[in-house]
Design a protein around this ligand. Structure first.
Ligand SMILES: Nc1ncnc2c1ncn2[C@@H]1O[C@H](COP(=O)(O)OP(=O)(O)O)[C@@H](O)[C@H]1O
Ligand SMILES: [Mg+2]
Length: 446
């Protein structure tokens, strides 16, 4: 059973500790008191024995204690509480043997019922007999049983104290949690045990702020990116509306408007894809997908574009059997499309693109997809930045409207990055300016 209440848990723990301490103390104290009293009784018995040894006979002695006289053979010759004739020989009794040997002895023995204990003091007298004085004492168990009411009382007090301590302690703990300022966790003075917890909250706060900042920047960028083509469209349309443009200019303007509108469509599509990947709450259906099939399809769809750019695209499949990964088809297609499209777009005249698929076994099995081009390359200090939203290395170069694609949105690699994160895939990049680039994706395979 799991205990949910903090108060109850502290209560049970303090109580258990209290009860344990209580029992240990009770045992130690009872034991030492018991031993102390036993010693006192023995010395009283000894005193009585010494006093008796001075008397001529014991018949008239008034005492609670039992007096026995044993002759040197162990035969009882006097007993104030029983008839000596009916008593068995005491020759083998420990107190007798020891007194005969050493002159005196102290011995304690339990009665047959174990409820009582007999204490004996014996001394060898000058006439050769042994004088034994004995009394009865309760055993520890009986003593404790006799004290059970008091012990119970103490137990109840212990329970009440544990209850009070527990509720006080849990109140203190909960109130110190309540006092934590979760917005500024670092400023809190609290128990040192809470420090890791507070550190985590402040880390999470930091990440949250960062995410908010990225989102805020993204919205600002989106507005800016959408405003630029809209301003051009509006400008062209205004001139056309005034009727001052000749037919040739009109034709060129309408083409510009068309291109700007196309660009906006591309942009809005990419933004929608990104925000879908960004919504962590949305779970997209994952299924088994064949990477090779997607590559073949993508290369086919980019065939005419590659021809126009005079770039050759080749697929190299190094896996023996078809390689499947578990993923969202539309997202994976989008990622592969972006990489191959970039490899063609940022290539040189009569350059080439090689798309390679292979299986890799590290601690886990991976499917690695690499897109290698012979293009313009990416400088080392840009290699991280190109994955940022709207980031393009050379914006001026993308002012070529011949193909819609040449005007990139700067969102392609962001989509690749988010898609990779969604699939637990790793991205790596190798590139030298002027020599070409290679983008690799490592998808884990189950
Ligand atoms: N294969 C590549 N070779 C050279 N530069 C590249 C390559 N891929 C991407 N880049 C650079 O990274 C930038 C961002 O790429 P991306 O996010 O796909 O945006 P877009 O292609 O829409 O411009 C590109 O503008 C380009 O400058
Ligand atoms: Mg791109």
């Amino acid at each position: 059973m799991k205990i949910k209440s903090l108060t109850l848990r502290i209560f049970i723990n303090t109580m258990l500790v209290g009860v344990a301490v209580y029992f240990v103390c009770a045992v130690i104290f009872t034991d030492s008191f018991y031993k102390y009293f036993e010693n006192r009784i023995f010395s009283e018995l000894e005193n009585e024995c010494d006093y008796l040894s001075l008397l001529p006979n014991f018949t008239d002695v008034k005492t609670e204690n039992r007096i026995t006289v044993i002759d040197f053979q162990g035969k009882v010759i006097f007993d104030n509480k029983a008839n000596p004739a009916e008593m068995e020989s005491h020759a083998l009794r420990a107190e007798f043997l020891e007194a005969m040997e050493k002159g005196s002895s102290k011995v304690s023995r339990y009665s047959s019922t174990m409820l009582q204990k007999n204490l004996y003091f014996a001394r060898r007298l000058e006439n050769g007999t042994v004088l034994r004085v004995s009394c009865q004492q309760y055993t520890v168990g009986v003593l404790m049983f006799g004290l059970s009411q008091e012990l119970l009382c103490l137990l109840v007090i212990a329970l009440i104290i544990s209850g009070l301590v527990a509720s006080g302690l849990s109140k203190k703990i909960t109130s110190s949690i309540e006092k934590i300022d979760f917005e500024n966790p670092e400023t809190n003075e609290t128990f040192s045990e809470f420090k890791p917890f507070i550190k985590r909250i402040s880390d999470e706060n930091f990440e949250k702020k960062q995410r908010e900042e990225i989102r805020r920047q993204f919205s600002a960028n989106v507005s800016h990116e959408l405003k630029t083509p809209l301003t051009s469209i509006s400008g062209f349309a205004e001139i056309m509306k005034s009727g001052s443009a000749d037919k040739k200019t009109m034709l060129s303007f309408s083409e510009d408007i068309y291109n700007e509108a196309q660009r906006m469509i591309l942009l809005v599509n990419d933004i929608l894809k990104l925000s879908k990947l960004d919504e962590e709450s949305i779970t997209m259906e994952k299924e088994e997908i064949c990477i090779e099939e997607i590559c073949i399809e993508t290369i086919k769809s980019l065939e005419s574009y590659a021809k126009k750019k005079n770039v050759s695209v080749e697929l190299e499949n190094k896996t023996k059997e078809p390689a499947y990964i578990h993923g969202v088809p539309t997202v994976v297609k989008e990622m592969i499309f972006n990489l191959i499209e970039n490899a063609i777009k940022y290539n040189k005249e009569s350059g080439s693109v090689i798309v390679k698929i292979e299986k890799i076994s590290l601690e886990k099995n991976y499917l690695r997809l690499c897109v290698k081009d012979t293009g313009i390359g990416i400088a080392e200090n840009q290699q991280e930045r190109i994955f940022e939203r709207f980031y393009r290395i050379d914006k001026s170069r993308s002012k070529d409207f011949q193909n819609n694609r040449t005007t990139g949105t700067g969102l392609g690699l962001s989509i690749v990055k988010h898609g990779a994160k969604y699939h637990n895939a790793k991205i790596s990049i190798k590139s030298n300016v002027g020599e070409g680039s290679e983008f690799c994706l490592m998808f884990p395979i189950m």
